[in-house]
Structure formats: structure tokens, C-alpha cells
Design a protein around this ligand. Structure first.
Ligand SMILES: Cc1cc2nc3c(=O)[nH]c(=O)nc-3n(C[C@H](O)[C@H](O)[C@H](O)COP(=O)(O)OP(=O)(O)OC[C@H]3O[C@@H](n4cnc5c(N)ncnc54)[C@H](O)[C@@H]3O)c2cc1C
Length: 293
């Protein structure tokens, strides 16, 4: 009998061929931590494959990420994966954090480049020990044998890439550096995800790629975020949700119905492991999970 809690995510994905995973962000306040504790209790009922905790680029949320990861680790039923970014970071600082995670029994790391924070005066852009996500994957894999490493991939191409072919090649480099699995950027038209899987298969990239699903509740907010990460929102759903500008509950209902349909289409097409960007909102997640389970 294996112990899921001691497992690396690539093994979990092999052993459990269906399930969900949840991404959270580290709260800023004590109250937020308490609320996240409750969220963890609610969502653990869905027996997630794993949960993950984001990290502010440049280390801006390092302590909060660590604290939230610790909190999740206290729950015996959750496998937790911290995210880690390398832009503007020193190798020594990254190694110290990885040593700490290793000592605390963390087995999985989401390795990202991150984006230079615009408003953080403490961020030093002259530090360029790592240029790309690939460099962080390589750093982790060369120094540590015990970590399973996840990476980000982009169904519609990363915002800085000039072509999908180039994007695929950079993904291939991250996989050659040792990445074990991937999670996609949010997308709202599943055909982009299916095309990404196709491109990866043709390029001989053979790691699990979890679809990253953002529940749609506020179309204006998502549109703003989507525009900076090259994610398109289908016109029909933008138009439908836009009709409820004055009624946030109706807008959220239309969005959640759309997300449920999006997940059902994935499942119908054989995709049975789905990653959710929860935005730390358990009520929205429950509605979606109850509808698709
Ligand atoms: C699932 C998911 C979780 C995320 N979590 C976080 C988080 O917790 N914290 C956070 O700050 N951000 C997070 N992000 C955002 C991420 O940091 C940004 O999307 C960032 O812009 C790119 O990170 P990356 O690791 O994909 O970068 P990279 O893989 O380095 O790619 C960045 C750009 O460089 C290009 N590139 C890559 N390799 C090369 C090369 N060899 N030569 C030239 N160009 C190259 C790529 O095409 C791309 O345009 C997340 C994104 C996703 C999809």
C-alpha cells in the first residue's frame, strides 16, 4: 500500500487517473489564513490529487507562501506543492529555500520564471542569475534528487513568444532540463488546450499536462487579467456575462455554468485530471465540483 502523501505528483498522476488539483494564493492577513484553513477543510472533501501555493515573483510573498504551505502540511490529507519563481533571484537564496522545503518533507516544486514586479522598489532587475524557467528547473534537478518539478505551459502561447512553434521549443527545453509535469495557463476555449497537447505530442514531449481552469465569475476582471497573459475569452460568453453588469450574482451564475460546461467537455474528451485556480473561493469551487463529479 503506497502513501499518497509521501508521493511525488508525477507518480500521483500515474496512480490516480482522475481527480482535481487546487491552486491557492497566500493570504496577507491572519484572517485570510484562518479563512484559507476553512477553505482547505471544505475542498479536501474532494480528495484533491494535490494542492499548490503561489509565490510572488522576486520572492515578494516568500514568507507568506511558506506559512501557507506549512498550514496545508499540517493537514494529513493534502499533498502540497509550493510555487517558486527565479526572476531577480540569487541562487543562494533559492537553494536555502529548497533546503528548507526538503527538510520539511516537501516533494514537489512548481518552477517558474515569474514576471518582474512593476511596483516593487526592492526588486533588483540587475540580478540575472536565472533568465528562464528552464534555468530554475535545471538548478533544482542538478542539485536535488528528491523533487518532482512542475512547469507552466501556454495553450495560446506565452505573451512574449512570437510563435507557437517557438513556445513549444522552449517547453521542450524545460522538459529536457528535467520537468516532470506541466500545468497550463488559464484558457476558456478548450480547442487551444487540445491543440497544445497535439503540438507537444508532435514535438515528442511526453509529460502530463494538466488543464488550468479559472472559474469565471467576474468577466471584466478576468478580461483585464486575460489580456496580459494572452488568453482569449470567447465572444459568446463575454456577451452573455456582460448582460449582467448590474447583477453580479447573475453574472457569476452565467460564468460558473460556462466553467461547468468547459470541464464537462474536457471530461468527455478523456481529460480526467483538472487543475483549478481557486482564487481561494470555496463556494464557487463547490458548485463546479458538485456539478462535474
Ligand atoms: C500554472 C501557472 C502557475 C503560475 N504561478 C505563478 C506564481 O506562483 N508566481 C508568479 O509570479 N507567476 C506565476 N505564473 C506566471 C509565470 O511566472 C509567467 O507566466 C511568466 O511570464 C513565465 O514563467 P515561465 O516559467 O513559463 O517562463 P519561461 O518558461 O522562462 O518563459 C518565459 C518567456 O521566455 C521565453 N523563453 C523561454 N526559454 C527561452 C529561451 N531559451 N530563449 C529565449 N526565450 C525563451 C518563453 O517563450 C516565454 O515567452 C504562473 C503561470 C502558470 C501558467
Amino acid at each position: 500500500m503506497y502513501n499518497k502523501l509521501k508521493m511525488k505528483i508525477d507518480s500521483i498522476l500515474k496512480e490516480y487517473n482522475q481527480g482535481v488539483s487546487f491552486e491557492f494564493f497566500p493570504p496577507k492577513t491572519e484572517k485570510g489564513i484562518e479563512s484559507l484553513q476553512k477553505t482547505a477543510a471544505v475542498l479536501s472533501a474532494y480528495k484533491p490529487l494535490y494542492v499548490s501555493m503561489t509565490y510572488g515573483a522576486g520572492g515578494s510573498t516568500q514568507e507568506r507562501t511558506k506559512e501557507a504551505v506549512r498550514m496545508f502540511q499540517e493537514r494529513a490529507d493534502l499533498v502540497v506543492m509550493p510555487h517558486l519563481t527565479c526572476i531577480g533571484a540569487r541562487g543562494a537564496r533559492i537553494a536555502a529555500l529548497l533546503d528548507e522545503y526538503k527538510e520539511k518533507g516537501i516533494k514537489n516544486i512548481m518552477a517558474l520564471r515569474g514576471d518582474a514586479p512593476q511596483l516593487d522598489v526592492a526588486f533588483d532587475s540587475s540580478i540575472q542569475e536565472f533568465r528562464y524557467g528552464r534555468d530554475l528547473v535545471e538548478f533544482i534537478k542538478q542539485r536535488y534528487s528528491g523533487f518532482c518539478v512542475g512547469i507552466a505551459v501556454y495553450p495560446e502561447g506565452h505573451i512574449e513568444t512570437t510563435s507557437l512553434a517557438q513556445d513549444t521549443d522552449y517547453t521542450r527545453q524545460k522538459v529536457s532540463a528535467g520537468a516532470d509535469f506541466a500545468v497550463t495557463q488559464m484558457f476558456f476555449d478548450n480547442s487551444h488546450y487540445y491543440s497544445l497537447l497535439d503540438r507537444m505530442e508532435k514535438a515528442g514531449i511526453n509529460i502530463p499536462v494538466l488543464p488550468g481552469i479559472l472559474p469565471l465569475t467576474d468577466v471584466a476582471k478576468v478580461k483585464q487579467f486575460a489580456s496580459i497573459c494572452r488568453t482569449t475569452i470567447p465572444e459568446h460568453i463575454e456577451e452573455k456575462m456582460g448582460r449582467f453588469k448590474e447583477n453580479p450574482d447573475e453574472m457569476a451564475k452565467a460564468g460558473i455554468d460556462f466553467t461547468i460546461e468547459q470541464c464537462r467537455d474536457l471530461i468527455k474528451n478523456g481529460i480526467k485530471q483538472i487543475h483549478f485556480f481557486t482564487l481561494n473561493k470555496p463556494a464557487v469551487m463547490r458548485r463546479i465540483l458538485d456539478a462535474i463529479s
